[in-house]
Design a binder for this molecule. Structure first.
Ligand code: AMP
Length: 261
């Protein structure tokens, strides 16, 4: 398998305003090619259903821009303390506890990266929106820019399966590729197949944080399912099986949508 297409998220955080024009412009390492009908997709689903993995596979397949707010926060956590803004430091504290970062901070960060949303190759949003407030802000921006969401993919999986997946998940500290200790192990234990980086367990994949994240999901994110259902955008996907099986199911759903359009 090819190394996943990666956006340089650390760089995004380094420019003062993440603008795309100035000297400190925050640029993606990979800019998606222009498409006639770009896919603009939101991924929903509880933590651990495999959204990150599907986002990587879909990014490769559809050539869109992959924006993961969780990855951006994790990249911020790697900056030197003195380079972290007070809002970013506060956001990282919420994240370490497994709680949601406040909407104002999240929206500020997404708005600074609106070039990811408005690019002509489309986007795949992974981990955003996560509250009704964020969903409304996104809808307003899309309406203002006269572009629309193509589909909201809702990945569904029973809770016991989710907990098993989360506790075995290992992420490459360098390229962020995702593995699983038993289901999708690397060729060499604890070493990334793609770049040789160390594979680590995320701080918030520890049991105490998992419970808090599940509660945050039920309380804040699950209502988005109804929100997008009402807008006629929801596409439920069974998240059982291997990543490639889930991808095949996803592509099937997207193709049917395209035929209906
Ligand atoms: P994820 O990698 O998407 O599971 O995100 C990891 C953590 O980052 C979450 O548990 C939250 O603390 C924070 N986070 C990421 N995206 C959001 C968001 N859209 N709204 C609030 N908090 C977020």
């Amino acid at each position: 398998m090819n190394a996943p297409i990666k956006n340089d998220r650390i760089e995004w955080l380094q420019g003062p305003s993440a603008d795309t024009t100035g000297e400190n412009a925050a640029k993606c390492a990979v800019v998606p090619a222009e498409r006639k009908n770009p896919w603009r997709i939101i991924l929903l689903g509880a933590p651990g259903v495999g959204k990150g993995t599907q986002a990587e596979l879909l990014t490769e397949r559809l050539g869109a821009c992959h924006l993961s707010t969780g990855d951006v926060f994790r990249a911020a956590g790697k900056l030197r303390q003195c380079d972290q803004s007070p809002a970013m430091k506060a956001a990282l504290e919420f994240m370490r506890r497994g709680e949601l970062v406040p909407d104002t901070t999240v929206w500020e960060m997404v708005r600074e990266r609106s070039h990811c949303l408005l690019n002509c190759g489309g986007f795949i949003l992974d981990g955003f929106p996560r509250t009704l407030g964020q969903a409304v802000s996104l809808k307003d921006l899309m309406e203002k820019e006269q572009i629309s969401i193509s589909a909201v993919l809702n990945y569904e999986l029973p809770i016991d399966e989710i907990v098993r997946r989360l506790s075995g998940r290992r992420t490459c500290e360098k390229c962020k590729a995702v593995f699983h200790a038993t289901e999708r192990p690397p060729k060499v234990a604890s070493v990334c197949d793609h770049c040789g980086g160390r594979l680590l367990q995320r701080e918030d994949d520890r049991p105490e944080s998992i419970t808090v994240r599940m509660e945050a999901y039920d309380r804040s994110t699950a209502p988005l399912i109804q929100f997008y259902k009402n807008l006629g955008l929801l596409l439920p996907i069974v998240a059982k099986g291997t990543p490639n099986e889930i991808l095949a199911r996803t592509m099937d759903g997207l193709e049917k949508l395209e035929e209906r359009a």
